[in-house]
Design a protein around this ligand. Structure first.
Ligand SMILES: Cc1cc2nc3c(=O)[nH]c(=O)nc-3n(C[C@H](O)[C@H](O)[C@H](O)COP(=O)(O)OP(=O)(O)OC[C@H]3O[C@@H](n4cnc5c(N)ncnc54)[C@H](O)[C@@H]3O)c2cc1C
Length: 378
């Protein structure tokens, strides 16, 4: 019987394999396709800590207060990102020049200030900027922007590098990783579980569900009902341009994440919907592309000089309230959820470490009980 079987070879699964193997736990990771082929390798690479602005505007302050306990997780997660390059011995292109949420109208600015108050109450460093402060900090931002909020710990990393780096480090520590093996069924036994896979039956003492947008399906195999969503969204990359965008940029007016990769390309996203046909095939929405570029140009006029190279769609794992699901559901001990929706690139490594702590029965220093499965509505 294997001690821990991890289902899913995205960032959450690969990082879980690493942290568990580092503690000497016997680990087998099963991935239906190749590693890093879903959201973890297709995302925009933003490292977030702020409460996302669009759901704040949509759902209001009560929602933000319920979501705010993720802030310590995100802050610890960013500290972990900063440490991981040295720990794994691989460049992950981690940089944290800060995130800047900019506003164009007084109404937008009021919402920025209200959100910052909630964030600060949960320990996040956020500075409110007036028009002059914004000019000084980010002269490349449009003069039409009247101010914003600056969170100095936000930034970016490279999604193409992170999951493979964790997976290779995990394998060096003894973890086994099987690619192109799908988990098709899970039976609860008197002790542990039996997984039916495309490579045969596997006995496991414990399971980590790191199946991302398909975590609902994997949970239901073990009789656990999870309210997870999968949304097709898209990201755009431009050809390299001279240094232009120093920070991770957001707009209080519409969905935007904008930053510049080390090679000079601009990455433009923010959760704009892609298309998904009846057979589940994804394609780019030209309408979303045009709208996303328009918002980017409104915030940083210099973006207009860059030519688009590619836009790609992928499924993001979501929950309706944006809250993560971490730990064991009531009544199914040994079945651990490692699910961080919408911002699971930022939170993948820390979610993996928190689940590792739970499996080892170790104090993590962060209270995540509010995000236990079954505590969704708490
Ligand atoms: C376009 C886009 C942009 C994004 N931008 C950002 C961003 O800038 N910053 C940020 O923090 N987050 C971002 N995200 C969100 C982030 O990418 C995800 O939340 C995160 O990658 C989820 O990681 P995961 O390991 O849980 O899931 P995934 O990366 O989806 O991995 C799950 C894996 O499980 C495998 N699997 C599923 N079912 C089975 C099965 N039955 N058997 C075996 N294997 C199975 C899948 O094949 C997959 O490889 C973005 C997402 C998208 C799609």
């Amino acid at each position: 019987m294997i001690d821990v079987v991890i289902v899913g070879g995205g960032l959450a699964g690969a990082a879980s394999a690493y942290f568990l193997a580092k503690e000497g736990v016997e680990v087998l990771l099963l991935e239906r396709e190749d590693l890093n082929t879903k959201a973890s390798g297709s995302n925009a690479g933003s490292i977030h800590a702020q409460i996302p602005h669009a759901p704040f505007v949509e759902n209001g302050e009560a929602w933000a207060r319920g979501f705010a306990p993720t802030i310590p997780i995100m802050m610890e997660g960013i500290a972990l990102w900063r440490a991981m390059e040295a720990e794994l011995g691989v460049a992950l292109d981690v940089s944290t020049p800060g995130g800047l949420l900019v506003a164009r109208t007084d109404d937008e600015m009021r919402a920025v200030v209200r959100k910052a108050e909630i964030e600060r109450a949960h320990g996040l460093p956020v500075e409110i900027l007036g028009r002059d402060d914004l000019r000084r900090l980010a002269p490349y931002v449009s003069d039409a922007m009247i101010g914003g909020a600056f969170c100095p710990i936000e930034g970016k990393a490279n999604p193409l590098l992170a999951t493979p780096a964790f997976a290779q480090a995990a394998e060096r520590l003894g973890a086994r990783i099987q690619r192109f093996v799908a988990v098709a069924g899970i039976k609860r036994e008197r002790v542990g579980f039996t997984l039916a896979t495309t490579a045969g039956l596997v006995r496991a003492r414990r399971i980590v569900n790191a199946a991302g947008a398909e975590a609902t399906v994997v949970a239901s195999m073990a009789g656990v009902a999870l309210a997870l969503e999968a949304h097709p969204i898209q990201v755009t990359v431009t050809e390299p341009v001279a240094p232009l965008v120093r920070h991770l940029l957001y707009s209080a007016g519409d969905r935007l994440s904008l930053k510049q990769a080390p090679v000079g390309s601009l990455l433009i996203g923010g959760g704009w919907p892609a298309r998904c046909d009846a057979r589940g095939r994804l394609s780019v929405s030209p309408r979303s592309l045009a709208a996303n570029l328009a918002v980017a140009e409104k915030v940083v006029p210099g973006v207009a000089q860059a030519r688009v190279v590619r836009t790609w769609p992928a499924l993001v794992n979501g929950t309706a309230d944006w809250r993560p699901i971490l730990g064991e559901p009531p009544g199914v001990p040994g079945f651990y959820m490692a699910i961080f929706p919408w911002m699971g690139f930022t939170a993948g490594p820390i979610a993996a470490r928190l689940v590792t702590d739970m499996i080892l029965g170790r104090e993590s220093g962060i209270d995540v009980s509010a995000f236990a499965p079954g505590a969704e509505a708490a």
